[in-house]
Each structure stands twice: as structure tokens, then as C-alpha cells.
Design a protein around this ligand. Structure first.
Ligand code: C2E
Ligand code: MG
Ligand code: MG
Ligand code: MG
Length: 291
């Protein structure tokens, strides 16, 4: 940053900006080595049937446990992994890790679904569908237990190709979830073309309800729109009881957010599953844990 701006501007750049630049540089350089040396982890966050407090699904969210930086969040390294193409390997690993876990949860009697995020780059992987199919088979899982989350930005390039693969995935019986709806384009045309099974309302819209009237109207309209198209709705980023109450009133049946549980390590998600499914008590909120 300092180089680009010229040497006269050096002193106005804050020390934290320099740390950020250094961190980005370090993460970019170390990404591949770190992935191949087991520094990656999958955390899990429940998606709730809010009315009954039952867990419908568990979303897999990747983390990088860096020796210096600590737990690095995906927004910091997924773009780097997409740049280098490494996201294809990471995405496959997350899918396999989550499906293996799902098998063990089912064996323990926790009949939840798994939800895995897919990057646009993964649609260029020639054997994507084969990998998904074989992963399900290896773990003896019916495709109905798997949801794949895609974002609309994933639609900008090579739309036809992506749509064809999405149709193939759905034909297998896997559910498709349109993630972060309302954060970016939220185009009706995309909604119609993708025909997702599930629509996830972005947390940026949920953040301002119920206090902001406009946000509330927008969220209410999205829920109605989805239901009219026979699409199920998940609202993400629920942090308060007020948000939950309003969303229930708006007939949003499924919710995800810190109010229920933060994303947690694989050991801790088993405790969340146990508490939620075997008892009637509130599932926490659970704190995100360092590895
Ligand atoms: P996402 O798929 O929309 O996941 C939801 C994000 O919202 C997660 O951030 C989660 O920790 C956060 N979140 C959940 N509840 C709340 C809440 O109540 N309040 C707030 N403020 N945030 C909440 P996370 O784990 O940092 O992941 C960020 C994004 O990185 C994900 O957004 C997803 O797009 C991407 N990502 C994560 N794992 C993977 C992966 O395995 N593959 C790919 N391609 N992308 C991934
Ligand atoms: Mg997601
Ligand atoms: Mg999302
Ligand atoms: Mg997001």
C-alpha cells in the first residue's frame, strides 16, 4: 500500500495497515503449504428449526489454524485460495470431512443434515459431480442429507455451465441453497434460473430488524417471495431474541446465528447436538473455541 501511494504518504499509513498488508502477504505465501500440513479445520454451526429448537442441519465452515495468526477466518483466505485455484482441493476436503462427520453423527443417532459451501471455481472442476457422488457413497449417506450452498456471485461467469451442473446436483437428490441472498445482486432472474430448494437471507438484512421498518419489510417480502416459489427459507445472523420472534411471526421457519450457537469445533458441535436433540433445554449460545 505504501509503495503504491508513494513515499511521501508513508507516515499517514497506520501501523495496523502495515500489519494487515504483512498478514495478507504471509497468508498468500503460506496457504498451500499450510493446507497440505493439516493447518485447516472445519467448524460447524447449526441451522435450527427455531420454533422447536431442533437442529435441522449443520453448516461446515472452514478455518485456518495458523501458528502465528491463530484462527484465520475464511473471508481472509478463501479469496486467496480462489485466486490460486487451491479452493478446488480445499472444497473437496471440506466436503469429505463434513460427510465423514455426518456419518458418525448419524451412527450416534443425530439425524441432521450437512450443509457445505461451494465456490464458483469448483464448478470448473471436471469431476465435481463424481466426487460428490462417491463421497456420499463412501459414507453410506443418502443424498437427501446433503445441502450445497452457492452464492449469486457464483453465477456471474459461465452461467449456463454452472446452471447445468446445479441441475445435475439437484437430480441426484442433493438440496441447493442460495446463500447470502440480499447481500449482492439478489436478482429474480437468478432465483428463477437456479430454482434453489433453500434461500438463505443474508445477515446484513437481518441485522437491522426489527428496529428498522424498511429492513423488516424487505425481509418479510423475501420470505413471502420464497414461499410463493415453494422455496424454504433460512435466515442467517440471528443474534437477538427480538430478531427470532419477528422472524417466527414472518413465518421464517429456520434460523442460524450466534443466538443459537456460534460455529464451533467438531468436539463442541457434538455437545450441541447432544444437548439439543436429547434434551429440551436451550442449545446455549456456544462460544467459538480456539483449536
Ligand atoms: P456463509 O456461508 O454465509 O456463512 C455464514 C457466516 O456468518 C459464517 O462466517 C458465520 O460464522 C457467520 N455467522 C453466523 N451466525 C452469525 C451471527 O449471528 N452474526 C454474525 N455477525 N455472523 C454470523 P465465517 O465462518 O467467517 O464464513 C464466512 C464465509 O466464508 C461463509 O459465509 C462462506 O461464504 C465462506 N466459507 C466458509 N467456509 C467455506 C468453505 O468451506 N468453502 C467455501 N467456498 N466458502 C466457505
Ligand atoms: Mg453458507
Ligand atoms: Mg450466508
Ligand atoms: Mg456470507
Amino acid at each position: 500500500l505504501a509503495e503504491k501511494a508513494g513515499h511521501n504518504t508513508y507516515e499517514i499509513i497506520s501501523p495496523t495497515a502495515n500489519v494487515e498488508t504483512y498478514k495478507l502477504f504471509s497468508l498468500r505465501n503460506e496457504l498451500r503449504h499450510a493446507f497440505h500440513n493439516d493447518q485447516f479445520l472445519v467448524y460447524y454451526q447449526p441451522i435450527m428449526h427455531a420454533e422447536t429448537n431442533e437442529i435441522d442441519a449443520v453448516e461446515a465452515l472452514v478455518r485456518w489454524n495458523h501458528p502465528i495468526w491463530g484462527i484465520v477466518l475464511p473471508n481472509e483466505f478463501i479469496p486467496l485460495a480462489e485466486e490460486s485455484g487451491l479452493i478446488i482441493e480445499i472444497g473437496e476436503w471440506v466436503l469429505k470431512t463434513a460427510c465423514k462427520k455426518l456419518r458418525s453423527w448419524h451412527d450416534a443417532g443425530y439425524m441432521v443434515k450437512a450443509s457445505v459451501n461451494l465456490s464458483l471455481i469448483q464448478f470448473s472442476q471436471i469431476d465435481l459431480i463424481d466426487i460428490i457422488t462417491s463421497t456420499l457413497q463412501e459414507n453410506d449417506l443418502d443424498p437427501k442429507w446433503l445441502t450445497l450452498e452457492i452464492t449469486e456471485t457464483a453465477m456471474l461467469e459461465q452461467k449456463e455451465k454452472v446452471l447445468k451442473k446445479i441441475a445435475q446436483i439437484r437430480a441426484l437428490g442433493i438440496q441447493i441453497s442460495l446463500d447470502d441472498f440480499g447481500a449482492g445482486f439478489a436478482s429474480f432472474k437468478n432465483l428463477k434460473d437456479i430454482k434453489p430448494d433453500i434461500l438463505k437471507i443474508d445477515k446484513s438484512l437481518v441485522k437491522d430488524i426489527p428496529s428498522e421498518q424498511d429492513s423488516t419489510e424487505i425481509v418479510a417480502s423475501i420470505i413471502q417471495l420464497a414461499h410463493r416459489l415453494s422455496i424454504q427459507v433460512v435466515a442467517e445472523g440471528i443474534e437477538t431474541k427480538e430478531q427470532k420472534e419477528l422472524l417466527l411471526k414472518l413465518e421464517c421457519e429456520r434460523m442460524q446465528g450466534y443466538l443459537f450457537s456460534k460455529p464451533v469445533s467438531e468436539e463442541n458441535i457434538e455437545k450441541v447436538l447432544e444437548r439439543t436433540i436429547n434434551t429440551e433445554i436451550d442449545p446455549l449460545p456456544f462460544q467459538e473455541q480456539r483449536a
